[in-house]
Design a protein around this ligand. Structure first.
Ligand SMILES: Cc1cc2nc3c(=O)[nH]c(=O)nc-3n(C[C@H](O)[C@H](O)[C@H](O)COP(=O)(O)OP(=O)(O)OC[C@H]3O[C@@H](n4cnc5c(N)ncnc54)[C@H](O)[C@@H]3O)c2cc1C
Length: 386
């Protein structure tokens, strides 16, 4: 088997599914290769929900990308006739000087995003299930909400196929080369293919596929739980609660969503963002969740959301691919202009999937993009710097 494509995309998870859609919609011949099934649960894009927000505490320079991200999610909902984005509002809580509060306010003020800052007392009045310490404040953003990642991946893949993309599942890429003839050669478990360009969106497998590039990526195992409220279950319903992120005084963050269904039946999703990160690899990560991990989450809930500290309905693992500064790595390979890379999404990339699809397709097809991506340049790690 040997076929030639304009573009090959390696990895059809959260980001790659958006890329194959974008490339196919531009009329190019694209092959998408995925080692597992569509919307599987072994990478970084499963678990029913992802937060989307604009008052971005990580850095104000994400805000223009977020504006475009919202437009593209709404367009995807229209084109696929699927509900993917639910605006619940978002509340980001911590001490006045915490990164989450100062950073969210900075982005909101710099970009004129509507927001409010509430005292602990005001937060307790509006959401009696929340128990912030008296010195906490909350930045409230109305346009925040949640995305449904598995549905979003399937919507992008279905539309990509409708635009003529060829998608192969359960076909892992085992080798690739930028041949002297100027074409890319890809070998998989089933065959080989050639293309003018290749885009890598391989998530936590990137360190293996692009080992020679020497990117400083670390893969972390993280755990998500669904807890059953032990009181006030109706307060956790989708139309009652915003998505919320808390930064404790020790710097550790956790976040939770309103329930996507009856809270007493499906549970309420909650997770630490950065508690006891265990460095691992995508192929060797321990998938079982320990009782100690459940207890650590419950102890945190006892303090901040005591009504939620009931039984655990389910727990799952997920993978982050971290860069040293937790900003993404997006760009052309410094030595191989036919190779494009989107990786290192550091546990906050899903909300950008649509706009990343646009950016990575731009880079592969035009060699540049109008979107601001300077923050994601791999030269900051000394890679490709002259
Ligand atoms: C618990 C958790 C919570 C998160 N919460 C949020 C949030 O609230 N908001 C947010 O914006 N982001 C969040 N994120 C981060 C976000 O989900 C990720 O940044 C994003 O999903 C990464 O997508 P990806 O396409 O890079 O990786 P993946 O979706 O893992 O896709 C990579 C794909 O490449 C495939 N692949 C790898 N190697 C090969 C190969 N050799 N051949 C073929 N296929 C291959 C894999 O099988 C996989 O399907 C969270 C992540 C986790 C784990």
């Amino acid at each position: 088997m040997n076929a030639h494509y304009d573009v090959i995309v390696v990895g059809l998870g959260g980001i790659g599914s958006a890329v194959v859609f974008q490339v196919a919609a531009r009329g190019k011949r694209v092959l998408g290769l995925e080692q597992f099934t569509a919307a599987h649960d072994r990478g970084s894009s499963h678990g029913e929900s992802r937060i989307i927000r604009q008052a971005y505490f990580e850095d104000p320079s994400y805000v223009p990308l977020l504006r475009r991200a919202y437009e593209l999610w709404e367009a995807l909902e229209r084109d696929s006739q699927t509900s993917l984005l639910t605006l619940t509002g978002g509340l980001f809580l911590g001490a006045l000087a915490s990164t989450i509060v100062t950073g969210s306010r900075l982005s909101a003020e710099m970009h004129g995003l509507p927001h409010e800052v509430w005292t602990a007392q005001e937060i307790r009045r509006r959401f009696p299930v929340f128990a912030p310490p008296p010195h906490f404040v909350g930045v409230y953003e109305k346009r925040a909400g949640l995305l449904q990642p598995e549905k979003a991946i399937l919507a992008h893949l279905n539309l990509a196929e409708r635009h003529g993309a060829t998608l192969h599942f359960q076909e892992g890429v085992t080798a690739w080369e930028d041949a002297p003839s100027g074409e890319i050669r890809v070998t998989t478990v089933h065959g080989s293919y050639t293309a003018d360009k290749i885009i890598f969106t391989a998530g936590a497998w990137t360190p293996r596929l692009l080992a020679r590039l020497g990117l400083p990526l670390r893969v972390m195992r993280v755990v998500i739980h669904w807890f059953r409220p032990r009181a006030a279950a109706a307060a956790f319903a989708l139309d009652r609660l915003p998505v919320h992120i808390w930064q404790k005084d020790d710097g550790i963050s956790f976040y939770s969503f309103p329930a996507l269904g009856d809270p007493t039946r499906v549970g309420v999703k909650v997770a630490f963002h950065d508690y006891e990160w265990h460095e691992t690899t995508a192929d060797t990560a321990e998938r079982a969740v320990t009782e100690a991990e459940v207890q650590a989450m419950r102890a945190c809930l006892e303090t901040y959301i005591p009504a939620l500290a009931g039984d655990v309905v389910a727990s799952k693992t997920c993978l982050y691919t971290l860069t040293p500064d937790e900003h993404f790595v997006v760009g052309l390979h410094p030595l191989m202009p036919h190779v494009v890379l989107g990786a290192g999404y550091s546990g906050h990339g899903f909300k950008f999937a649509g706009v990343m699809g646009e950016i990575l397709a731009d880079l592969a097809l035009e060699g540049q993009t109008r979107h601001p991506i300077q923050l994601f340049d791999m030269q900051r790690f000394g890679i490709g710097a002259s």
